[in-house]
Design a protein around this ligand. Structure first.
Ligand code: ADP
Length: 184
């Protein structure tokens, strides 16, 4: 049973690593960014509401994300474990997750923080080519990360759940470092 939260700036490689580890552990990779992009493509009510925020690099309002995650974490496949990628993204969401996990009688094992220097983040994101990866939107996403998401590093460090991993290495090296750190 493995339950992990992945933290990291946009471009830190958290999506790739979260997916790789989820496949290795045969547990769901729950990416809020992927879920939201899918809702936008499908033109659902949630997608219509989320679109402008996502395209501008802003956080989608908490109440939309909270409902979405309550629903997702209540699905039967989460009983075997999960990796959360992109959630929580601010302190309000982290508090909600604490309450939700208590209610669902689940416990997060570790919070994996991928650490990558700023200069490298921008060049990686520009090379990625997702529709919300224009230079202006990237700049805004990094700002939002620093203001709202980075405080979660201290939040989880204070609770002794944090593992920080240097992310400026090859994909395979980062995966191996995470596996070693979380003892999988
Ligand atoms: P990245 O980490 O590279 O910025 P993501 O795919 O995780 O990319 O997220 C893309 C966008 O989706 C964010 O900029 C934001 O608009 C939205 N989003 C994803 N997760 C959340 C969340 N937990 N709360 C609010 N907005 C979110």
């Amino acid at each position: 049973m493995t339950r992990l939260i992945f933290l990291g700036a946009p471009g830190a490689g958290k999506g790739t690593q979260a997916k790789t580890l989820a496949d290795l552990c045969e547990i769901p990779h729950i990416s809020t960014g992927d879920i939201l992009r899918n809702e936008v493509t499908q033109g659902t009510t949630l997608g219509i509401k989320a679109k402008s925020y996502q395209e501008g690099g802003e956080l989608v309002p908490d109440h939309l994300i909270l409902d979405m995650m309550r629903e997702r974490l209540s699905q039967p496949d989460t009983k075997d474990g999960w990796i959360l990628d992109g959630f929580p993204r601010n302190v309000t969401q982290a508090g909600f997750l604490d309450d939700l996990l208590k209610e669902l009688e689940q416990k997060c094992d570790r919070v994996v923080n991928l650490d990558v220097p700023d200069e490298e983040l921008v060049s990686r994101l520009l090379g990625r080519g997702r529709p919300d990866d224009t230079e202006e939107v990237i700049r805004r996403r990094l700002e939002v990360y620093r203001e709202q998401t980075a405080p979660l590093i201290d939040y989880y460090r204070d609770r002794h759940q944090l593992v920080s991993i240097a992310g400026s290495r090859s994909m395979g090296e980062v995966t191996a470092a995470i596996q070693k750190a979380i003892d999988l």
